[in-house]
Each structure stands twice: as structure tokens, then as C-alpha cells.
Design a protein around this ligand. Structure first.
Ligand SMILES: *Cc1c(COP(=O)(O)O)cnc(C)c1O
Length: 463
């Protein structure tokens, strides 16, 4: 079975006519609240402000390129997720989307739990004071040293991803004289991306243990037999940037079915299921993400219904949104450098960053929006491609967008919805200095991750 909510085809088909783009539907000066963080607005002079501070001041104080993160929006999204799921469920923020000590403190204060997937993320979480029991440790190839560290710290759960790891974690836990709480990550044969999902996906991927051929049931058998492990549930994560809940429906049904099989075989009802993350956000005005309360209701209805049918007690549900929490809360601010109009094609607008601060366009063909933010303009829209300053022709930040035709070097433009997987995937390509992350809240801005310096680069290069 496979479904597609939107017919395949170019996303901008509505503006594409015989190789030419007609004018965009919306006024370029209007900032769509769907793709910008909550406190973003334009001031009387037409400049974008976030947390009450105008971008010109931010650029002057912190430089460009830089990520500006709307802290009150981040906190509001954390609260919306935890309130939507309520006391009988757990929300784990997926730290790989973006993690820093400040973020860990906000999560702790807002009552969320935290997913980590490496020793580095684990040490950031612990250093910033996240209680270990609120941390879940993921990954398809955790090292022995990472597992040791997680067990010693007393993390709330380790998500087991292979047969080797079942044995490894059990041994390490036993050596430490503890029973480690674990879940088993299963691949349910569902693959979900944006507008479509495939219920009969091949288990041809590196994560998880396949449900289909009895491997997952065998993993459960082994985990239940080992003294060092306390098997608390089953975990499934089906994709990313998902809008259609149908994929979760199938994965939840298959996971609940496994719980029923486990009950029949072993006489135990595992108390938890984790349905993973992957919930979509609006990168452009065409994206329509669901609100956390709609997602919570849909997931809990599915699980309740499936459990009733299988005569199981409803397990505690957990979810792991990363992008859906941090993605919409930040934008990247760039200064326009060179502008090249290519006759009959498009205008290339170069900015002072690029694939080193946002690899997603090059890597996944991701779509983004862009706006002129240092001022408004009444000029005609022009079709642009926003590109970086790197020595690589695939160095594209925004593939197709409109900006006012009077755009000039020195103008500030901003790309919204860059809170997730931009700073966390940033690189030093061309010895670029990775940009800072600046948290803005109630008229105050402070650096939470500072800009790299040339000294930082040289410090690692020991000659
Ligand atoms: C990446 C990942 C997430 C978060 O995905 P988002 O798309 O950021 O919500 C959650 N759980 C697991 C296991 C992941 O690998």
C-alpha cells in the first residue's frame, strides 16, 4: 500500500510556465507567520525584529552569518508538546537537531526529556545538568566507551539497535551491578517522508531490527533472558518531515501487534512504546504542519484503538520531536554580497555563508524561503537563487525564491526555519568559521554558541 496526499510534481508548478517564473502570489514584504518564529515581525521602519530587536542591531552586534533563535518560541513549543501529550506520555527532544548547554537547560526547565545519539551529545546533556534518568541514548553503533558512560551515568533508557548491542549493554550493565532500562528499536517496514509514506518499505537500512522476518521477536527473546537488561518497550522511528499521520498509524499498529505477540509468548506486557520523531514543519508557505495537540490526539487514538483490539493495557507513549521543536524557532541572517543577473535564467544572489551553515539544500534538495529583512521594498519581484561563498557549484542555500529587484549588496536577507539540522550539521568547509547561535528573548540577545575564530581552526591544526 502506498499513498500520496499530494500528486508528484514540482512544488513550484504554479509559478513555473514554460521555463519562466511568473510573479509570486504573496507580497514579498509580508512575513508568513507559519515559517517565521513567533516573535518575528516588522518594525515601523520595515526592518525585521525578533524578540523586540531589529536585525540591523543584531547584525552589528553579532555579525553575519548568524543564527538567531527565538527563545520564548522554543520554550512555548516545548510546553505545547508536553501539554498536548499530558502526564501519561513522555516527550523527548531529539538533541541531534540542535543541542547546546542553554538548550539543555531550557528543556530541563520546561519538563522535557532528551534524546542523545553520541558521547558528545551525552556529555553536553550531563554537563548542563539534565538528570540522567531523563536521557535516552540512541545510535546504531554506540561504542563500548559510550555505553559504559551512559550506564555509569544512569541514563533512563538505552535504545538497543542490534543483536551485538543487546549482549554488549547487558554485559556492561552487569559489570556495573545494575539492570539497565532498554527499549528495542524495530524497523516496522514503514517509510515516511513529507507527503507520502510507504507501508511496505524494504528493511534495507542501517537502523533497527526488522519486525517482518521474526528478528525483532528474537531480539526481545534475548533481551528478556539477560539479567543486565530491563526491557521496558519497543521503539520505532519512521522518517522525517512527515505531515501525513497515516505512516504513524501503520507503525503503531505493527508495534502494538508485536506487544501482543510478546504477551502471548512470554506472559509480559511491555509498559512503553516510542513512536519516534519526524514531524514536519513549514519551510515554505506551502507546508501545512499539524499542531502538537492534533498529533498527540491522533497517536493516542491509534494506540488506544489498537490495544483495545489486541486486549492489551495501553502502554505509555513517548515521542521524539527534534525539528518540530527547534526548527521553526531560528532564522539565519546573511549579508548580500555579489548579485549576478543571468539573462533569461535567474539572478544569483551570493551571501556570506552557504553550505557550511546550511547543508540541507545540497544534501536533501531541501526547500527554504528567504526574505529581505533590513528594509521593505516596493520593487518588482525577481527570481533568485541564493548561493553561498564556497568553492562548490552545489553550494545553494535557497534554490528558487523571489526577492525584490532592487536588492543590493549590503542588504540583509534571512532564511527562516533553520533551527534544526543547520548549526548541528555545519562544517568548516573552505575553513569557514561556523556561525554563532544567538538566543533572543524579551529585548535581550545573548550568544549561546559563539562564532568560531581562526584561532579555533589553528588550535586543532597542530602543525
Ligand atoms: C532523528 C531522530 C529523531 C528526530 O527527528 P526529527 O525529524 O528531528 O523530529 C527522533 N528519533 C530518532 C530515533 C531519530 O533518529
Amino acid at each position: 500500500m502506498s499513498r500520496s496526499a499530494h500528486p508528484a510534481g514540482p512544488r513550484h508548478a504554479d509559478v513555473l510556465t514554460e521555463g519562466h517564473y511568473s510573479a509570486p502570489a504573496a507580497d514579498l514584504n509580508v512575513l508568513d507567520g507559519k515559517v517565521w518564529s513567533r516573535t518575528v515581525t516588522r518594525d515601523a521602519d520595515g526592518a525585521l525584529t525578533v524578540g523586540g530587536i531589529a536585525v540591523a542591531r543584531l547584525a552589528e552586534e553579532f555579525g553575519t552569518p548568524a543564527y538567531f533563535l527565538d527563545e520564548s518560541d522554543f520554550r512555548a513549543r516545548c510546553r505545547a508538546w508536553s501539554e498536548a501529550f499530558g502526564p501519561d506520555a513522555d516527550v523527548f527532544y531529539a538533541g541531534k537537531a540542535f543541542l547546546s548547554r542553554a538548550v539543555v537547560r531550557w528543556l530541563k526547565e520546561e519538563g522535557l526529556n532528551l534524546d542523545v545519539c553520541s558521547g558528545g551529545e551525552l556529555s553536553t546533556a550531563l554537563d548542563a545538568g539534565m538528570p540522567a534518568e531523563r536521557i535516552a541514548f540512541h545510535g546504531n553503533n554506540k561504542t563500548v566507551a559510550e555505553i559504559e558512560r551512559a550506564v555509569e551515568a544512569g541514563v533512563g533508557r538505552i535504545v538497543l539497535d542490534s543483536f551485538q548491542e543487546i549482549v554488549r549493554v547487558a554485559h556492561i550493565a552487569q559489570r556495573h551491578g545494575v539492570r539497565q532500562r532498554v527499549q528495542i528499536r524495530v524497523t516496522v517496514g514503514v517509510e515516511a517522508h513529507t507527503h507520502e509514506f510507504i507501508a511496505t518499505a524494504h528493511e534495507d537500512q542501517k537502523f533497527g531490527i526488522a519486525l517482518a522476518d521474526g528478528q525483532a521477536a528474537e531480539a526481545v527473546r534475548r533481551a528478556l533472558s539477560l539479567d543486565g537488561l530491563d526491557l521496558i518497550g519497543v521503539h520505532s522511528h519512521i522518517g522525517s518531515q512527515i505531515f501525513d499521520m497515516a505512516g504513524f498509524e501503520v507503525s503503531a499498529r505493527r508495534v502494538v501487534q508485536l506487544l501482543a505477540e510478546i504477551r502471548d509468548e512470554h506472559g509480559v506486557e511491555l509498559p512503553e512504546i516510542d513512536l519516534g520523531g519526524g514531524l514536519g514543519i513549514a519551510y515554505t508557505s506551502e507546508d501545512d504542519p499539524r499542531e502538537p495537540h492534533e498529533i498527540a490526539k491522533a497517536l493516542s487514538d491509534i494506540v488506544t484503538r489498537e490495544c483495545e483490539a489486541a486486549k492489551l493495557r495501553t502502554p505509555r507513549i513517548s515521542v521524539e520531536p527534534g525539528r518540530a521543536i527547534v526548527g521553526p524557532t531560528a532564522f539565519t541572517l546573511y549579508e548580500v554580497g555579489t548579485i549576478k543577473p543571468l539573462e533569461g535564467l535567474r539572478t544569483y544572489v551570493s551571501v556570506d555563508g552557504g553550505m557550511s551553515d546550511n547543508i540541507r539544500t545540497a544534501l536533501y534538495d531541501a526547500e527554504y524561503s528567504v526574505a529581505l529583512v533590513s528594509r521593505t521594498s516596493d520593487a518588482e519581484p525577481m527570481l533568485v537563487r541564493v548561493v553561498g561563498k564556497h568553492c562548490e557549484s552545489g553550494d545553494i542555500v535557497v534554490k528558487d525564491a523571489f526577492l525584490p529587484a532592487d536588492l543590493a549588496p549590503g542588504d540583509l536577507i534571512a532564511v527562516p526555519a533553520t533551527g534544526a539540522y543547520c548549526r548541528s550539521m555545519a562544517s568548516n568547509y573552505n575553513h569557514a568559521l561556523r556561525p554563532p547561535v544567538v538566543a533572543v528573548r524579551d529585548g535581550e540577545a545573548r550568544v549561546i554558541v559563539r562564532r568560531e575564530t581562526e584561532e579555533d581552526l589553528l588550535r586543532l591544526d597542530v602543525g
